[in-house]
Design a protein around this ligand. Sequence first.
Ligand code: HEM
Length: 147
Amino acid sequence: MDHKASILTNMGETLTALMRWVHISSVVTLLGGIVYARFVMIPAAGSLSPDARAALDESAAAHFRPVAYAAMTGLVLSGIYNYLLKPGHSVLYSALFGVKMLLALHVFSVAILVAAPKNPRRARQLFGAAISGLTIVLISAYLKGIA
Ligand code: HEM
C-alpha cells in the first residue's frame, strides 16, 4: 500500500473507532439513565412526602432532558454510520436489525416522554424502556457476530 492509501486507511479506522465510542457512550448514558431512574431514583424517592417527590421528579426530568437528547443524537448518527459501513446484510441480519429499530423507537419515545414535564406514568414507562433497551443490547451483541 502506498503512503497516501495508508493514511486514508488510518483515517477510516480512526473514524470507525470514534463512531463506536459515540455509539457505546450514548447507549451507556441513555440506558444507564433509564435503569438508574427506574430502579434507584424512584424507589429512593418513595420515602419523601408527595410534594417533595413531585418536585424531585420534575427536577430530575429537566436535568435528564439535554442528556437524553444528546445521547439519542449520538446514537442515530453513529448508528447510521455503523449500518452503512457493514456491507451485504443477510436476511437474518436485516430481520434482527428491523426489530432493533422498532425497540429503539420505543426507548427513544419513552426517553422523550419521561423527560417531559408533568408525566404521572414515568415509572411504568421507564420499566418498559429498560426491558426494550436491554433487549437491544442483546440483539446488537448478536448482530456483531453475523453478516
Ligand atoms: C437509530 C438508532 C440506531 C442505529 C441505526 C443503530 C445501528 C447499529 C449498528 C449498525 C450496529 C453494528 C452492528 C454490527 O456490528 O453489525 C450497532 C451496534 C450496537 N448498538 Fe446500535 N443502533 C441504534 C440505536 C441503538 C440503541 C438505542 C441501543 C441500545 C439501547 C444500541 C446498542 C448497540 C450496541 C450495544 C451495539 C454494539 C456496539 C459494539 O459492539 O461496537 N443501538 N448499532
